[in-house]
Write a protein that binds this ligand. Structure first.
Ligand code: PGA
Length: 261
């Protein structure tokens, strides 16, 4: 699949929220609005239990589905885990890898992120790789350093062709679920660094075509100004994606910003 950042890419990460009926209702509302939103790539990322019903609610829809996590082995005695082929089977096109909550509560590291990226690409599941610094790291001026390490170690052993299939989500940990957002300038500085780094290591085309998302308290009121920045191609939205109205509003604002840049 060839990736393009010609349209804003807006993904809703529902985290551990929504029963199956709630998930179906939300996605039905989004689907009803989707004909007005064709100028954006829209992805919903429900909990595993709702994947199949969400997929069945979206036949022929342009809204795509992602999963929040998986394990890198294909199958076997790994109680409690879910593999990439299983996610494909459930209708997923994308998978989130290395979200800061996975790193914080479930011991994920740059090394496990690297294994998961390789396994997802091997099964044609597009990875949305999350990176970002903590509040302390930001205060100590270590943001760029942290981002650079996460990218270098997360991409270890990958070829240019593979790198161009990875969506990067910059999510400052201090902005996730806190109501604090990086200012558009702060976010743009990091996004530009990421794009330049990709260009330097994997060529200009990889850098310029990369899809780099911002995440952390994205809401209708700030999505326009964030998406207006040159190197911000979309958003990974948590809390505000749990309600169809606010998620649709974010997508509309993103489309507007993209047209004007
Ligand atoms: P939030 O979450 O929008 O609720 O801050 C973002 C995320 O964790 O992806």
């Amino acid at each position: 699949m060839i990736m393009s950042n010609k349209k804003p890419f807006i993904a809703g990460n529902w985290k551990m929220s929504k029963t199956i009926p709630e998930a179906v209702e939300l996605v039905r509302e989004l689907n009803e609005a989707s004909s007005e939103l064709t100028e954006a790539e829209i992805v919903v990322i429900p909990p595993f239990t709702a994947l199949n019903d969400v997929k069945n609610t979206l036949p022929g829809s342009s809204i795509q589905i992602g999963a929040q996590n998986f394990f890198w082995e294909e199958k076997g005695a790994y109680t409690g885990e879910i593999s990439a082929p299983m996610l494909k089977d459930a209708g997923c096109a994308y998978v989130v890898i290395g979200h800061s909550e996975r790193r914080q509560y479930f011991g994920e590291t740059n090394e496990t992120v690297n294994k998961k990226i390789k396994a997802s690409l091997a099964h044609e599941l597009l990875p949305i790789m999350c990176i970002g610094e903590s509040f302390e790291e930001k205060e100590k001026g270590k943001t760029i350093n942290k981002i650079e390490t996460q990218i270098t170690e997360g991409f270890e052993g990958l070829e240019k062709k593979e790198i161009s299939q990875i969506i990067i989500a910059y999510e400052p940990i201090w902005a996730i679920g806190t109501g604090l957002t990086a200012t558009p300038n702060q976010a743009e500085d990091v996004h530009r660094f990421i794009r330049n780094k990709l260009a330097e290591n994997y060529g200009n085309e990889t850098g310029s075509c990369a899809i780099i998302l911002y995440g952390g308290s994205v809401k209708p009121a700030n999505s326009y100004s964030l998406l207006k920045e040159e190197d911000i191609n979309g958003a990974l939205v948590g809390g505000a994606s749990l309600n169809s109205e606010s998620f649709i509003e974010i997508i509309k604002e993103a489309i507007k910003a993209y047209k004007e840049k």
